[in-house]
Design a binder for this molecule. Sequence first.
Ligand code: IVH
Length: 695
Amino acid sequence: MIDVAQLTVEEAKAELERLAREIARADNAYYQKDAPDLTDAEYDALKHYNAAIEAKFPQLARADSPSKRVGATVQSKFNKITHRFPMLSLGDVFSIDEVADFVMSVKRFLNSAADIDFMAEPKIDGLSFSARYENGKFVSGATRGDGVVGEDITENLKTIKQLPLMLPPDAPKVVEVRGEVYMAKSDFLTLNEKNAAEGKKIFANPRNAAAGSLRQLDAHITAERRLSIWAYTWGEVSEPQWQTQEEFFIKLKEWGFPVNPLNKICHSLQDMEKNFAHMTEIRADLPYDIDGIVYKVNNISLQERLGFLTRTPRWAIAHKFPSEQALTRVNNIRVQVGRTGVLTPVADLEPINVGGVIVAHATLHNEDEIKRKDFRIGDMVVVQRAGDVIPQLVEVKIELRPQDTQPFEFPHICPQCGAHAVREEGEAAWRCSGGLTCPAQAKEHLKHFVSKDAFDIVGLGDKVIEEFYDDNILRTPVDIFTLEQRNGAMDMPDLFAAADDNELHIERRLGWGKTSAQKLFAAINARRNISLPRFIYALGIPQVGVATALLLAKNYGSFDVLQQDMLARETAKLVAIDGIGANMAQDIAEFFNEPHNIATVEALRAQVKIEEFVDEQIADSLLSGKTIVFTGMLEKMTRAEAKAVAQKYGAKVAGSVSAHTDFVIVGADAGSKAKKAAELGVKILSEDEFLETVK
Ligand code: IVH
């Protein structure tokens, strides 16, 4: 870049032409392909350079200048929606001095000496949407597109549960609510992990993942991704009902939209500075990405007086955070083995401060990713804290590559156990074929089993698991529950220690004593009753995280029902569950059809009692905890459906009537069971009475 002050008219013209081309290409990579090829800082620098030249040579500003464009052009494959009110962009600034200039310019424009209130809002790093409501009903949704024409994402938006589909009757007849669709950092990580294992696209950051998930022609794909929204502005409104941005947020909340609780009124520049410092501090801990703070004049009539420049309002500005990237060296590339055997390459880096956090490792995802970007040991690379979550390597600085580097050879055997690794057709991940005979897999499996959301056994931390595994004390989850029984008597004086070398004595290990061993046994015994969702999650079924385990528990109620259905490969019910797709259903069924897994489950069930799942919402249902029997022909539903409903409401369904039966539900032509119920004095319900109880 040439110093703007030094540019001749000819050079300025040439530079503006080059910048228009380069920025258009970068926009295309970012918006259309969801694969940015410039860092944020590089992109911002180009835009600023362009703006600076235009400020000095306004007569040279091109019709296609990036300063006159908001962003993406419309993708042809989606229907287009012309915004009745354009979706605007915001001017960016990078320092508090520039914010001060902005505040000054607002005051000057309004000819006001008094302080003006601003709403400071986290600038969500997602993509903006506009949701149109007519007569209280959600009728259409659009992306911003180029600000004038967007893409029709009505069906996709409908899949986002946070978006209200109906507004209360007192809402305006027509209102367009606008905001940001984003993906939470944790959902982004889960998606990337899953995609890496399945050889699907890896997203560089949550923003790209959100864009890739929302702009799907098949809205079912959108539905499978976890997207969230914050609402923050409006487009067309038939009857405005608010005078300030603050009042608008109150309305939004009344209407059921998520409104960021961190939005904050600032009465002065000092307030704005304080808020920015605070947000900078907590940014990394937020569950979603923000890339700056947006300041908006709070008072709407002042906003109206201020009006707009070409594409940005005069009443709002974005104060962006500095970019979180740095340059460092790859000292080593090693391959880790995960719980399911996936080989994940990891780069060990020369430790470097990236936006306040020391980064020493970064994931390289899989073989293809390394090949595509040609990461080598010794390379200088750009590290990015993608969305403040997991450090990523963005690119290699080829011009800084040392002479003697070699392309990285991805291993085809497991670096931990030596078993051969396989890469299935269409998958990107190599997997160790050693299964639980691979120490790395077995250890990760044990760690998962005792982790916080699974059996949550305090005292069995990662280090203890590693040691106990290596010393043959714990090899499988069942071993955890036989540990105390296998441990030699604890009251034996240490004097005799040498006499029983072969016996297990945890209390005699380095760092252990009687008290800590006893504590560990107590922690294990405290988990002999385990809730259904925890048990399911602990099994480590591929793709089944905490949320899915809970869904399974809710829908099946007991482990037996789940296991029976899965053994019979009854996946119809499974895929009917909102949040479980065909691919996941297949993994679940496969898990239960693997004899080794069933053996593990059986051995575990000899040690622990899995509680039946009682949904709190239905705990007060009449059927909750009751044993019921169906007999005769039901008219309104099949027997299987009735059984599922009863289980959903917490009932145990038995096959025959006994003194333990609480209710018998009697359909047409009921025979001996109804008779027996009458004899035993068991309460009899008709089909309709049964349905009443589950309403
Ligand atoms: S207000 C006229 N508020 O930033 C005002 N935008 O550079 C229009 N964004 O397109 C936008 N958080 O995608 C606004 N709290 C917030 C925002 C926000 C994120 C995005 C939005 C917009 C872009 C503008």
